[in-house]
Design a protein around this ligand. Sequence first.
Ligand code: NAD
Length: 472
Amino acid sequence: MVDTTVATPAPAAPDATAESIAARVATIRAGFDSGITRPLSWRRAQLQAVARMLRENTAEIEAAVHSDLGKPPVEAYMTEISSVLTETKAMLKNLARWTRRRRIPFVPTVWSAGFVQREPLGTVLIVAPWNYPVHLLLMPAVGAIAAGDAIVLKPSELAPATSAVMARLVPKYLDSRAVTVVEGGVPETTALLEERWDHVFYTGNGTVGRIVMAAAARHLTPVTLELGGKSPVWVDPSANLDEAARWLTWGKFLNTGQTCVAPDYVLTTPEVQPRLVAALCREIEAFYGPEPRTSPDYGRIVNERHVARLARLLDGASIAVGGQVDANDRYVAPTVLRDVRAIDAVMQEEIFGPLLPIVPVKDSDAAIAHVNAGEKPLAMYLFAKAKEPIEAFLARTSSGSVAINADMIQLGVDALPFGGVGESGMGGYHGEATVRLFSHERAVLRKAAGPNPAAMTFPPYTAKKERLLRRA
Ligand code: NAD
């Protein structure tokens, strides 16, 4: 977990006072209560509006994300815009199927038919972090729209340009009676959490996750917590090292390592380590050239505080490649650390930056023991040609998700629920899972005309009834 709770900068655009936030939430709740969000036609129109918003303002959104994170425009398009567009398309395509009544077989023992109806939960709060500031705000939102909920969106104050763009565009495209953006930082989020919600969806760190859950508990509000953690990698001696290194270079240095499912650290054997380091050096140069600082494809760290945090993690470390830090430019080079030990500083917290420690261990059993000594991670990556180590990891460890011979792409597969377990979060989303998450599955039973077998259970309890009832 990244400690981001200290010295959070003042929000760039504090939205309003607690009273006016309460008034805005009341407006959205009234929108839900009026029933406007329920018809599928409304949901469809809103989903189409999200797609239009992203298509008609691509350049502005990319510029905002670039200003917040130095993210190359094409990468911003890929990870922030096209991912949400794809999700929106899937929602539109499957809207009727994912929200329709699901009949159960006729039940002769109660002579009844029944169905499960997904109904909207009501008014939901979505609180997003800064690292994928559009994606992590809108991915859950499109599922909440499809489910028929009214929504308050709270973008991260640590990505102020993106927060401002979202606050400007959302009211222009979406129905302001049922969808709104509240900007701000801790005071505004605290005010929002005072409100009574039907669901709170939070993405960020575990410290704030606990605050969110405690606030929600006051109203018995269900929560989804999408948190982080140290996602381990096992590079087996049987792995194709060049391919593993290519995936790790992509997964670790995309968005400058500021990705919740980024490979956090690598476990491998002492024999594999030097060959893996050599392959990583080659791949880093192939991706970003000999001087990554000048590469248009390499991003920046979100703020100076995080640069300083990453620089501290490098103190005394054995740097195999990279290691350069320039706080003024918010630059931290793609860095590989070798011979890292479990007690080293870099292994005590989620790195959330472009540092890749390699921790040599004796074998896959020792790697499994290492993983199990820590918290359950959000993701786990296994590189191996041999089947046994993969099966051993699957059988003896736990994590939100696993990718085998790849990293991070499990996130893009709609049929796989995305979420954490234990310290890395609770609740999975994406695709139909998001609609399920933002719906209540209401059980409906309709007694059919004809016999009433249940009458047997009504008093008076005659001897005959008792005999029959005790037979079961
Ligand atoms: P952040 O600082 O932007 O915080 C997230 C949200 O919490 C913001 O909207 C912020 O306003 C709010 N917040 C901050 N302090 C608060 C407080 N005291 N009370 C109420 N609300 C508060 O983002 P972050 O937490 O630095 O994000 C990084 C973390 O998020 C990492 O641990 C990362 O792994 C995790 N993450 C998880 C996922 C996922 O999908 N599981 C995705 C991205 C990031």
